[in-house]
Design a protein around this ligand. Structure first.
Ligand SMILES: C[S@@+](CC[C@H](N)C(=O)[O-])C[C@H]1O[C@@H](n2cnc3c(N)ncnc32)[C@H](O)[C@@H]1O
Length: 265
């Protein structure tokens, strides 16, 4: 299972840390330049690798993890989409959103709120959110969840199309990430394959003027992918949200104002 999946789970269910990893947490103070700051450290980490300990420590001290818990988001990734949307206003009440790589569900949670998929705002249009993931995932109130479904498979794409019916997607999101091997060039290639499949499917299901957001790990194929996006969208931007870890090669491509290709005669 991918680290990103586990990191999401740990953020969502910190109290279950001890069950998953057999560790508990302790507080200690550390001196910052101007103030004392409470730092949490994993406890009972005997037998865990240095990397695992470092990773657990980072999770425990990440402000976005804390914020996600406070605001009932399933993981810190929520704040990447929130930041993108606050700046570029891509999610509007009434929109139809397809969230690819949705587990554990924080982007779908954000989308449900912002497109009014639960109809909380009776004055505004009601949107729809469809979340799809390879993994098992819990339901997200207000969203249709297709779990254990591979977005790259024809059968999944048919399922999505039948959920959509005659409606088209206004916002296509892909936060899909493969299990990282740690070999940068290989991980880049694999995630780019997901990006190409996502875009090919998006072109079939998106409405005119739709928005496409796609996560990738930077590398040589990125520029070619951007050039293809530029053929279909008026505006293409590379975004590194503050919530995206600075030591990660992750960036998001935001493509706005889709023009569908003219059908061949
Ligand atoms: C970083 S997580 C997504 C987090 C999610 N955006 C959230 O906020 O909760 C990446 C997800 O992509 C999923 N994924 C990877 N390849 C996929 C594929 N081919 N089809 C569907 N989901 C995929 C993984 O299972 C994983 O859950």
């Amino acid at each position: 299972m991918s680290r990103s999946f586990w990191s999401c789970c740990l953020q969502q269910y910190p109290s279950k840390l001890s069950h998953i990893f057999g560790v508990s947490t302790v507080h200690h103070t550390s001196i910052h330049t101007t103030q004392f700051r409470l730092k949490e450290s994993p406890h009972n980490v005997k037998g865990k690798s240095v990397t695992a300990q470092k990773w657990l420590r980072r999770q425990l001290n990440d402000p976005y993890v804390k914020k996600a818990r406070e605001e009932s988001y399933r993981c810190r990734s929520a704040f990447k989409l929130i930041e993108i949307d606050d700046k570029y206003h891509i999610l509007k009440p009434g929109h139809v959103v397809l969230d690819c790589g949705a587990a554990p569900g924080s982007w779908s949670q954000v989308a449900v709120r912002r497109v009014n998929a639960l109809g909380d705002d009776s004055e505004a249009l009601m949107g729809r959110v469809i979340g799809v993931d390879l993994q098992h995932m819990n339901t997200v109130p207000g969203a249709v969840i297709l779990k254990e479904c591979d977005v790259t498979a024809d059968s999944t794409q048919q399922k999505i199309s039948s959920v959509l019916g005659k409606t088209k997607v206004n916002v296509f999101l892909s936060d899909m990430a493969p299990n990282a091997t740690g070999i940068k060039s290989m991980d880049h290639e694999i995630i780019m394959q997901l990006c190409y499949v996502a875009l090919t499917f998006a072109i079939r299901v998106m409405a005119r003027q739709a928005t496409f957001v796609c996560k990738l790990w930077q590398g040589p194929e990125q520029r070619r992918f951007e050039a293809i996006l530029e053929q279909y969208f008026e505006q293409v931007k590379i975004i590194k949200p503050r919530a995206s870890r600075s030591d990660s090669a992750e960036v998001f491509l935001l493509a706005k104002n889709f023009t569908p290709p003219t059908p061949k005669k």
